[in-house]
Design a protein around this ligand. Structure first.
Ligand SMILES: [Zn+2]
Ligand SMILES: [Zn+2]
Length: 179
């Protein structure tokens, strides 16, 4: 998602332009963002260009229970200032502010690219344990069958916790009769 902001940089502080975002995004290795939608406002400030707006992102994720590929929907607020590296009028190199994050820069062609920021917002916003569905049944811990698709015979081995005292009683009785 690249925006040429030369016209904004040439303008006076306070001028702005709105963009509607509705675009697929190439999946990256670290954060597989699939699709980005929303609206952004780019405004000229005295330091650079302020990017502000709400984006909805859909991102590929692996379900933490059944390990199948699934999609996670995220919404986040962008609120970043991008700093020009080159003066749009003179072509002179500009000094970045000391505290400016190195990723928030406008390149020498006056292109402001939010792709990396979207990846970072997505990486931070993704749940630690994504689920394909809140009710995902997960994998059988014995045979690995995906219990969302089929059941397996292992389930009969699961012991209802209410019977546990009886089971331990029975085994201890066996132990004592053996001794
Ligand atoms: Zn799942
Ligand atoms: Zn099983």
């Amino acid at each position: 998602m690249r925006f040429n902001v030369a016209h904004l940089l040439k303008g006076t502080v306070g001028i702005q332009k709105s963009y509607t975002i509705d675009t697929p995004l190439a999946s990256g290795k670290d954060t597989p963002v699939n699709y980005v939608k929303g609206s952004l406002r780019l405004m000229r400030t005295d330091a650079g260009v302020w990017v502000n707006g709400t984006l909805d992102v859909s991102s590929g994720a692996t379900c933490s229970r059944c390990l199948e590929d699934s999609t996670v929907e995220l919404r986040f607020q962008m609120d970043d200032v991008y700093y020009p590296t080159v003066d749009v009028n003179t072509g002179a190199m500009l000094r970045l502010p000391e505290d400016g994050e190195s990723s928030c820069i406008i390149d020498a062609q006056h292109v402001l690219d939010i792709t990396e920021a979207v990846r970072q917002y997505t990486a931070v916003g993704l749940p630690m344990k994504p689920l394909c569905d809140p009710g995902c049944a997960g994998l059988c811990s014995h045979c690995g069958t995906n219990l969302n698709h089929e059941s397996c015979s292992c389930e009969t081995w699961e012991i209802d916790s209410r019977w546990l005292p009886l089971v331990s009683l029975a085994s201890s009785t066996q132990e004592s009769s053996r001794s």
